[in-house]
Design a protein around this ligand. Sequence first.
Ligand code: UDP
Ligand code: MG
Length: 318
Amino acid sequence: MSNETIDISIIAPLYNEEQVFSLLIERLTAVINKCGFSCEVILVNDGSSDATDRLVEEQCKKDPRFTGVLLSRNHGHQLAVTAGLSYVRGKKGAMIIDGDLQDPPELITDFYKILNDGYDVIYAVRKNRKESMLKKMAYKSYYRFQKSISSFSIPIDSGDFSMISRRVVDIMNDMPEQSRYLRGMRAWVGFRQKAFVYERDERHAGETKYSWSKLFQLAFNGIFNFSDFPIKIITRMGFITVLVSLIFFGYNLYRKLFYNDVPQGFTATILTIILFCGVQMISLGIIGEYVLRIYNQVRNRPLFVVDKVIQEGKEKTE
Ligand code: UDP
Ligand code: MG
């Protein structure tokens, strides 16, 4: 399978997905057999501790249409997809799916049609979520908040499930940012983008690999990497605080000068101190988030470390 003959590369990140693996391969194989254009599948093993790495190796040695990228340790979903993107050989572009079959790979033919109509990004938008009430609410409010503060339009309720053209793959591979929020980066690129509404399936087997803390990290990246709002809110809080304290100051001065009765104020003093300690700590934290991102960026470490690549049925030495 040479580079020239591949149209689309399908990227699936896998972290401890041994229970889903055989069905995933079955469905992907069926899809690439009958879709009518040429596909390769890039399976990224994100440092799994179960049998996923062995399964990926076996599959890629058996079927040369599968490429295996085995990372040196768990790097997280966004970096696993980033690693996959850097191995894309598809000359038309790439499709990104989750490895747990929540994103039906069969939609590739619909996406491909839209790509051929001249769109550069086809992003899937979830009609229904099959997660817990709490998660649904958290997602819903997060996406809306994120949209309202971001400096350009990031679509609501769309995850990483998408098809992107070759030029978008190249641009994203050239984006050097260390903390990666792929759905934001994809929207940032621009060109013609189209939503594709779909029904998100339930995870086929196993548990979600996104803990609440990983979700928060992702959400933070979405907010801090794509908006100046947090830093601006500090300035606004500062102005409001000064305004309120000036009113308070004027009132007390007036009472002191004309009535000589300054209120007792112990509680008010303590509450004010606590409140503004909190405000200052939050403000420092917000500045810290930006500083941390600058630090990560200037340290300029490689985004991921690859242990092994299996391509064309053979282990490739880097
Ligand atoms: N994943 C990964 N590395 C991680 C966490 C997740 O490669 O550190 C993969 C996982 O195997 C799955 C996809 O990313 O294929 C989405 O993860 P998951 O299904 O756990 O997230 P959810 O759908 O619950 O948001
Ligand atoms: Mg999932």
